[in-house]
Write a protein that binds this ligand. Structure first.
Ligand SMILES: Nc1ncnc2c1ncn2[C@@H]1O[C@H](COP(=O)(O)OP(=O)(O)OP(=O)(O)O)[C@@H](O)[C@H]1O
Ligand SMILES: [Mg+2]
Length: 315
């Protein structure tokens, strides 16, 4: 889509969103609409890659250097858009943060990519293929609050479930799989909790259990929704070092992240999201005060953070 057509479409989108907001006052925040209208969404080279011709269903092969490609993705809950017309291209081997305020659609983006929720429009490809074809290559760490922790199962079972994609549901995991699961638990410092019911874990231990489940899968790309939530500083450092190790092995790691202060240190790529993509690209040129202002609008606390952290422009 050309720049002019895209701008026209976006203007239309905004009108619709204003209408939604007027109807019930909760769905899309009016302030966001005004803000986005005033601050045109940046067109980055990343979004301009010529991948949009890919047919739905993803028969065309993409070069291996693109780990994740999202084209024109829109998702709505009860006809209320949560993410709108998302275009994204994530190169293989990056450690990417998805950053945006609460309700920006970060979890929605990840869930829609994994087909856990229906898409209103758009395509998503992993390594040039639709998700169904590469399921085993994609590891997922869900946001902690979205999981039923009362489900009666042990830590080891949850981690072993990460292997089912490879095993098939009918084959029961044997000693080799259990050993792999134990190794993953060791990597996240949870080996002593293997037989513990997941309902009896602390928040940080739950988080680490799900990280181990993703690790055991030996995926090529990992999508992690707030893996640092509820973990202490030591665990956070352990998790980031695991992520770096994954990247060193050529894996791609996509992480929903809230802490603006650590973003530039932890990640080399970033997508700033607020219903639409504000900017996406290498962290050095994308994580700017201006882009953060566009992402967070008038939220003062974040703006102060943004100013201090980016330290490049007056806000
Ligand atoms: N199942 C659902 N039904 C209806 N609305 C939903 C549902 N899930 C999410 N939403 C709404 O969609 C929007 C995006 O939600 P989402 O969970 O993707 O945000 P997020 O960026 O992950 O936020 P957070 O930082 O709080 O995790 C929010 O306004 C949310 O209220
Ligand atoms: Mg979320």
């Amino acid at each position: 889509m050309g720049g002019a057509a895209r701008a026209r479409r976006r203007e239309l989108h905004l009108k619709e969103r204003t209408a939604v907001s007027n109807q019930d006052g909760v769905g899309i925040r009016q302030a966001d609409v005004v803000r986005v209208r005033e601050a045109p969404v940046q067109e980055t080279p990343v979004q301009e890659t010529p991948a949009q011709e890919a047919p739905a269903g993803g028969a065309a092969q993409k070069p291996a250097s693109t780990a994740l490609e999202v084209d024109d993705l829109t998702v709505a809950y009860d006809s209320r858009p949560a993410i709108w017309d998302i275009d994204l291209r994530v190169p293989e081997g990056v450690l990417m943060a998805i950053i945006g305020p609460n309700g920006a659609g970060k979890s929605t983006l990840i869930k829609a990519a994994l087909k856990l929720i229906p898409r209103a429009a758009g395509t998503v490809q992993f390594y040039g293929q639709p998700y169904e074809r590469v399921r085993g290559m994609v590891g997922y760490v869900p946001q902690r609050g979205s999981v039923d922790w009362d489900f009666p199962t042990t830590v080891l079972d949850v981690v072993t479930m990460g292997l089912y994609g490879r095993l098939g549901w009918l084959r029961r995991p044997g000693q080799r799989e259990q050993a792999a699961a134990m190794h993953a638990l060791e990597q996240v410092g949870m080996q002593d909790f293997a037989e513990r019911q997941i309902s009896q874990l602390s928040g940080g231990q739950q988080q680490r259990t799900f990280l181990a489940r993703a690790l055991v899968q030996d995926a090529r790309i990992y999508l992690m929704d707030e893996p640092f939530a509820a973990v202490d500083a030591v665990t956070e450092r352990a998790i980031i070092s695991i992520m770096r190790e994954l990247r060193a092995r050529g894996k791609t790691v996509v992480v929903v992240h809230h802490d603006l202060q650590t973003a530039a240190e932890y990640f080399d790529w970033v997508t700033l999201l607020n219903v639409e993509v504000v900017a996406s690209g290498p962290i050095g040129e994308t994580f700017t005060a201006d882009n953060l202002r566009q992402t967070y609008g008038g939220r003062v606390a974040y703006l102060q953070d943004a100013q201090r952290i980016a330290g490049r422009e007056e806000l």
